[in-house]
Design a protein. Structure first.
Length: 399
């Protein structure tokens, strides 16, 4: 393996040889950014369909485009060919490419939310910049970069502090592919130019509030009675009817409509006593997509039936419109004896290490229910808060 180096040190010498051999007639409209408009060959794309919500922006500055390629439309096709076939990426490892003449080209086939792994990062929006013959940031390209940066920052809530300026470093594999990549600090002049550019747009940073819209298509609960203490599966089919893709990192939740603790709460599966994430890590709910969400719930001590109302909420706790639904379970008590803590003068009930005046090991509150493990001298043995202990029968009732 070769040591990491800035990609422009040798990339363009190899790239220019490919470019001279592969130049094709310019058949795209000037200024177009669509892949089909600039002539991307989709047949050479070999990548997995993966998406991610970007949380930062990495602007990668390349070396000046070689004099052999003065037309940016010709350049972009050959630049794309190199990365899709010779480098080992299978497609553009950039979401956008900005050229010296101010054109902004669409990069990766999957668009701005494509998950691209580059330089050890996979949650960034990558923008490649190709400067002109002077190697400096020109007025045309500066204007385009400002536009695409500000649009992306406001759309995804990425602050100017989360925009990095880099060169692309790499190690070559045995077949000449970019086996490993690394984000390397851009040179001082480039960092200075782009720092000034960022300063000029920082005042216009105004994150757009995203309003998500979800439709509850169906809710399926077990048809048969479920046993107390077991785990049940509830299948909730949802559809994204809004304007934005929803990701696990978006933090959209299935939440108890009222109250701070659901009787279906399952500590090993839920995010809190009253909510569980709509999507698991790495999942996405695309526009117009229907997805079945499997929620594991604990079977509560409320035979013969228990129901609760739930809604879908965003990261700020706001309820998404028209997302109310009910989970109802038919419960088999079996041979279990269940007690419920009743109201008492102090508002809680001590759980002691032994019947009578044993040490207090935890407390329980009115409304909580427990399976009776043992009885002795007017006391019930229960398991509460991960501990086994005894409560006096005076302030409990058998369910």
């Amino acid at each position: 393996m070769q040591r990491f180096k800035a990609v422009q040190n040798i990339f363009f010498s190899a790239f220019c040889f490919i470019a001279v051999c592969l130049l094709v007639p310019n058949s795209v409209k000037a200024g177009s950014i669509e892949r089909d408009a600039w002539g991307a060959d989709e047949n050479i794309v070999v990548t997995k369909e993966e998406y991610a919500y970007p949380t930062k922006i990495n602007l990668i500055v390349f070396k000046t485009a070689d004099d052999y390629i003065s037309n940016s439309d010709d350049f972009i096709r050959n630049f794309y060919y190199y990365f899709a076939t010779r480098s080992g990426f299978g497609d553009f490892p950039f979401h956008y490419v900005v050229t010296w003449d101010g054109k902004v080209y669409g990069g990766n086939k999957l668009g701005a939310e494509a998950k691209i792994e580059l330089g050890g990062e996979s949650d960034a929006l990558f923008i490649a910049y190709i400067p002109g013959s002077t190697g400096k940031l020109g007025a045309a390209s500066a204007g385009s970069i400002k536009d695409i940066l500000l649009e992306s920052m406001n759309s995804y809530g990425i602050s100017p502090k989360k925009v990095g300026i880099w060169q692309l470093g790499y190690e070559l594999g045995e077949k000449g592919e970019m086996d490993k990549t690394q984000l390397v600090d851009a040179d001082k002049e480039a960092k200075s130019d782009f720092a000034k550019l960022l300063d000029s747009i920082a005042g216009n940073y105004s994150p757009k509030k995203r309003t998500y819209k979800v439709e509850i298509v169906d809710v399926v609960v077990p048809k048969e009675k479920v046993k107390i203490g077991e785990t049940a599966e509830v299948r909730i089919k949802v559809k994204n009817v809004g304007d934005y893709n929803i990701y696990s990192s978006t933090n959209v939740f299935i939440s108890l409509k009222e109250g701070a603790r659901s009787t279906f709460y399952l500590p090993s599966e839920w995010d809190s006593p009253y909510q569980v994430a709509l999507l698991q890590s790495g999942e996405r709910l695309a526009l117009e997509e229907e997805k079945e969400i499997i929620v594991k719930v604990g079977v509560p001590l409320f035979p013969p039936e228990k129901s609760e109302d739930f809604v879908i909420t965003d990261s700020g706790g706001n309820v998404l419109k028209n997302t109310s639904f009910k989970i109802r379970l038919s419960i088999d008590k079996g041979e279990q004896e269940i007690i419920e803590v009743t109201d008492n003068p102090v508002g809680y009930l001590n759980v002691r290490s032994t019947p009578g005046l044993g040490d207090v090991i935890t407390k329980v509150v009115p409304g909580e229910r427990f399976i009776v493990l043992e009885t002795q001298d007017g006391y019930y043995k229960i398991s509460a808060n991960g501990k086994e202990g005894w409560v006096v029968s005076t302030y409990v009732e058998i369910v």
